[in-house]
Design a protein around this ligand. Structure first.
Ligand SMILES: C[S@@+](CC[C@H](N)C(=O)[O-])C[C@H]1O[C@@H](n2cnc3c(N)ncnc32)[C@H](O)[C@@H]1O
Length: 365
């Protein structure tokens, strides 16, 4: 019941109005950090060729202009990708989606792309209904922001590996990880007890019983995991608590929103502590992916810089090739970093915000 309410609340947000306090705050920060990319339209009109368009065409183009800010603030433009559940494959739905013009994500070949992971999307904003949770019945698909798959793919999970999802609820990335490979051990951790119940329900809805036996669910403060399980994992995903731009923009309670904004500066401290703990939990030679769903530089590039400056046993992994191969599906903003990618919502590619960085723990200290 509580879970149903929690999910309904996140769905209702789409119908809500923008919270002005948050928008003003983002406006100030992101126009400074992203410069032109935030407010300016990436369109032929902004090119020196403008003079060559007749006025009738110009009018059409103007009507079709969107900046990243416009996309982020217009839920009607947001897209939803459909991640198939390989444990209850929806063959009929697949045929139907083909007929409706959907295509699979990542049409170009990525350096790592498991064939078992199938995700469909349409460039026109549309939303499939969510499936109901029914005890004993596996769901056929999971609706998600397609950019959420980038951190999962960046982790390059292989069969038999030990993997930790440090901040796991509601479980979208854990489910996606299991579409990629059969880990020897998957540890899903979540600190918030209500969200932990949501995580358990997600796992129960998507994963068959024999596989559930290799999954451990815990309710630890992620900052303690490194000391509790030192050098245990081959791979760690830190999908950190963050400003969550989309959700914050549609907060209905502006007092709560103002309070969140004033506490926003504390998030990088928590994020750094979570990564420190994740590094401890990694075996030497293992790798870690850090992700957030905010455009905020303080929670993205600055967090990674701080980790690299304070850990001699951690090196960045260049994942730019992933951005090059995905450019048909996603728009990336420059991060000025070797190891970070930032997906920004664009017209027809209304995915993100999503920041992804990959780090490797060295073999020797
Ligand atoms: C971005 S969400 C994770 C989304 C999830 N990975 C998914 O794909 O469905 C971040 C999660 O971190 C949890 N969290 C917050 N503080 C934490 C902490 N100290 N340790 C572990 N998890 C924490 C939040 O409750 C939230 O569920």
């Amino acid at each position: 019941m509580v879970l149903t309410r929690l999910k309904a609340k996140s769905e209702r947000k789409l119908a809500k109005q923008i919270c002005k306090v948050v928008l003003d705050h983002f406006e100030k920060q992101y126009s400074k950090e992203l410069g032109d990319a935030w407010n300016t339209v990436s369109h032929p009109l902004s090119s020196p060729k403008v003079g060559v368009y007749p006025s009738s065409i110009l009018a059409l183009l103007v009507a079709d202009m969107f900046s990243f800010r416009d996309i982020l603030t217009s839920p009607s433009c947001w897209q939803h990708a459909i991640l198939f559940n390989r444990f209850n494959y929806p063959f009929e739905l697949e045929k139907d989606l083909h007929l409706k013009g959907y295509h699979t994500l990542f049409r170009e070949s990525l350096p790592y792309y498991p064939k078992s992971m199938k995700c469909y999307l349409s460039s026109i904003p549309s939303r499939m209904p969510s499936e109901r949770h029914q005890i004993g019945n596996l769901k056929k698909y999971y609706l998600l922001n397609a950019a959420s798959l980038l951190p999962v793919l960046a982790l390059e999970l292989r069969d038999g590996e030990k993997v930790l999802d440090l901040c796991a609820a509601p479980g979208g990335k854990s489910v996606a990880l299991l579409q990629c490979a059969y880990p020897g051990y998957l540890h899903c951790n979540e600190y918030d007890s209500l969200r932990l119940r949501w995580l358990r329900q997600t796992l129960e809805s998507f994963i068959p019983q024999p596989l559930v036996n290799v999954i451990k669910v815990s309710e630890l403060d992620g900052r303690e995991m490194g000391d509790a399980q030192p050098e245990k994992f081959d791979k760690v995903l830190v999908d950190a608590p963050c400003s969550n731009d989309r959700s914050w923009l549609f907060s209905s309670d502006s007092q709560k929103a103002a309070c969140r904004i004033s506490q926003r500066r504390n998030l990088p401290v928590l994020q750094i502590e979570l990564i420190r703990s994740a590094v401890k939990a990694l075996r030497p030679g293992g790798s870690l992916v850090y992700s957030t769903c905010t455009l905020s530089k303080a929670e993205n590039q600055d967090v990674i810089s701080e980790i690299l400056n304070s850990h001699s046993n951690v090196t960045p992994v260049d994942i730019k090739e992933m951005a090059i191969t995905c450019s048909q599906d996603f728009t990336f903003a420059p991060t000025g970093q070797e190891c970070g990618l930032l997906v920004i919502p664009d017209k027809g590619k209304a995915w993100g915000p999503m920041y992804v960085a990959k780090l490797k723990k060295s073999w020797t200290i």
